[in-house]
Design a protein around this ligand. Structure first.
Ligand SMILES: [Zn+2]
Length: 131
């Protein structure tokens, strides 16, 4: 993923900023200590980075997409925990399902359609298990 420079929503300039600047006191709770975030200086669209790096997880997200990514994370985490998978196994499974290299299988960088696929996959598998 190349580093975003121009916002895809408004064309504003994107800067790499410390997570604390965006999340304030919540930074620690969110596990974002010392992490960086790409943020549009005009409309606040943003995307996080791979841990401890300045490599973006995907393209910047507006509020709608950010909420979708969060929802997807919740569904995915609940899914693998209830399936007795480890986090590592879960991400391996996800990358196989989506036919993505593991290094690109980060929900924090997914688009709307990919988020929806993950949600559908998790819900579909849950149903199979219950049957
Ligand atoms: Zn923008």
């Amino acid at each position: 993923m190349k580093k975003p420079v121009i916002c895809r929503y408004c064309g504003g300039p994107i800067r790499l900023v410390p997570a604390e600047q965006i999340y304030g006191k919540s930074t620690h709770r969110l596990g974002m200590d010392g992490e960086c975030v790409y943020q549009c200086q005009n409309c606040n669209a943003r995307v996080g980075c791979h841990k401890g790096s300045d490599r973006p997880l995907g393209d910047v997200a507006n509020e709608t997409l950010r909420l979708k990514r969060m929802e997807t994370h919740q569904v995915f985490d609940a899914f693998w925990k209830s399936s007795h998978m480890s986090r590592t196994q879960a991400y391996k499974w996800l990358s196989q399902q989506l036919r993505l290299p593991e290094k690109n299988a980060h929900i924090g960088g997914f688009e709307m359609d990919q988020c929806q696929r993950v949600i559908n996959m998790c819900r579909g598998n849950e149903k199979k298990e219950a049957a």
